[in-house]
Ligand binder design. Structure first.
Ligand code: NDP
Length: 452
């Protein structure tokens, strides 16, 4: 049977775009792609990219202060949100156009509309058009999840944070994950009075406990009011803002409530259930190591599969899919030892096992040091950097590396190479320090602080 396309991709985000580009550009497949929103997906349009630019914007007040300590006569000035937002929007337009050009150059046909699946080899566009395809790739990503409670419609999500008309004076951030921590710090840096409610005992669940405490303490020192074991029971509009009632009975008024309480796979209404595909508990699409679903012609990559919700992971899954199916090179992506960074202030970079997880697995040595880095110590800041290595007693391999420091994301990327290669503690020790840097501490920690 002749198909209209060899591959039809639903979703123009990180995973879908990479798969489409490689299938068409590298392997000569005839590829169609449908995107109902803007090309680039969450990462480019409403996630990593605009977030990181906001992180940069929020870092300047501290730099102005430090500049004075270094002898500069510098006035802090004021922040004009609208100027920043307009420049941000222009930058996103530029990136979106670049994505479109890449797809066009690879020969991918883009349909700017929603697509749903009719049968294992057929998609229907919202325009009414239908296309057949030998393979269908679902790369529809995820969407912020807000629990329902009285007044929950008054809350915004990360999607809206890049389009605000004005910065709030007082904000409440709900949640304790990546997005909550990052926006609490961004808003705080931009001069907003920030409270953060988290239902559990410590923010950043899943990361190393010592690291979580270190980040939380630093955020508190920076002025963020972190309330642990606290949920929101009610939000009400008042003439001057939004009244928040907490599970502890407290009330506070803020101008903005940001819910960063996780994201859910975008699978509703795609037509998957009608094909007999059973979705996971939160709507994710179960796939095998080759990103193939239980329907052989349908594959899925990225956040919609609920494996690891990170852009580079979606990209690698999409690339592996295209190489496997169109390049006759069976390729899987290894989900072990994926490093990540949380762009809080201070930043957190992490790869491998936390102390707690490693301890469950085997006998370990823990190497850790906390110190005031030269640049900010000179300026009189109290901030401390934390470097931590978890080492296997049996194999001497470094099982985990955790860094809380300015530019920790940059450092962890490089540490991740060594750890993936199976570096031992002795390999770290044999590596000569780069002086004076923060990262040199990673190769100069001689004695374990504890064994477990
Ligand atoms: P996370 O899963 O990281 O965090 C969700 C938070 O919301 C948790 O603290 C969770 O609490 C809390 N929560 C969940 N449900 C409720 C509820 N009903 N009421 C109150 N609190 C609730 O999700 P995010 O939204 O922060 O981010 C989504 C994903 O996007 C991340 O997991 C990450 O993979 C990715 N991301 C990566 C970034 C990066 O690489 N820098 C940046 C931003 C996002 P609990 O811990 O108790 O479950």
């Amino acid at each position: 049977m002749a198909f209209d396309y060899d591959l039809f991709v639903i979703g123009g985000g990180s995973g879908g775009v990479r798969a489409a580009r490689v299938a068409a550009g590298d392997w000569g497949a005839k590829v169609g792609l449908a995107e109902e929103s803007r090309m680039g997906g969450t990462c480019v349009i409403r996630g990593c990219v605009p977030k990181k630019l906001m992180v940069f914007a929020s870092g300047f007040p501290a730099m102005f202060e430090d500049a004075q300590a270094y002898g500069w006569k510098a006035e802090g000035g004021t922040f004009d949100w609208r100027v920043f937002r307009n420049r941000l929007e222009a930058e996103l337009d530029r990136l979106e156009a670049a994505y479109r050009t890449t797809l066009k150059n690879a020969g991918v046909v883009v349909h700017d509309t929603r697509a749903t699946i009719v049968d294992p080899h057929r998609v229907r566009l919202a325009t009414g058009e239908e296309f057949t395809a030998k393979h269908i790739l679902v790369a529809t990503g995820g969407w912020p999840f807000v629990p329902e409670f009285p007044g929950s419609d008054l809350a915004v999500t990360s999607n809206e944070m890049f389009h605000l008309d004005a910065l709030p004076k007082r904000a409440l951030v709900v949640g304790g994950g990546y997005i909550a921590g990052e926006f609490a710090c961004i808003l705080n840096g931009l001069g907003v009075e920030v409270s953060q409610y988290y239902r559990g005992a410590q923010i950043l669940r899943g990361f190393d406990d010592e690291v979580r405490g270190h980040v939380a303490n630093a955020m508190r020192e920076a002025g963020i009011g972190i309330h642990l074991g606290t949920a929101v029971t009610k939000l009400e509009k008042t003439p001057t803002g939004i009244r928040v009632t907490g599970s502890d009975g407290s009330e506070r008024e803020v101008d903005l409530v940001l819910y960063a309480t996780g994201r859910r796979p975008n699978t509703a209404g795609l037509g998957l259930e009608a094909l007999g595909l059973e979705l996971g508990r939160t709507g994710e699409i179960p796939v095998d190591a080759y990103s193939q679903t239980a329907v052989p012609s349908i594959f899925a990559v990225g956040d919609v599969t609920g494996r690891i919700n990170l852009t580079p992971v979606a990209i690698r899954e999409g690339h592996a899919f295209a190489d496997t199916v169109f390049g006759a090179r069976p390729t899987t992506f290894d989900h072990q030892l994926v490093a990540s960074a949380v762009f809080t202030q201070p930043e957190l970079g992490s790869v491998g096992l936390s102390e707690e997880a490693a301890r469950e697995q085997e006998s370990i040595e823990v190497y850790a040091t906390a110190f005031r880095p030269m640049r900010t110590a000179f300026a009189g800041r109290p901030e401390r950097v934390l470097m931590k290595l978890i080492v296997s007693q049996a194999t001497r391999k470094v099982l985990g590396c955790h860094i809380v420091a300015p530019e920790a994301g940059e450092m962890i990327q490089l540490a991740a190479i060594a750890i993936r290669m199976g570096a031992t503690k002795e390999d770290f020790d044999a590596t000569c320090a780069v002086h004076p840097t923060m990262a040199e501490e990673l190769v100069t920690m001689r004695k374990p602080v504890r064994t477990a």
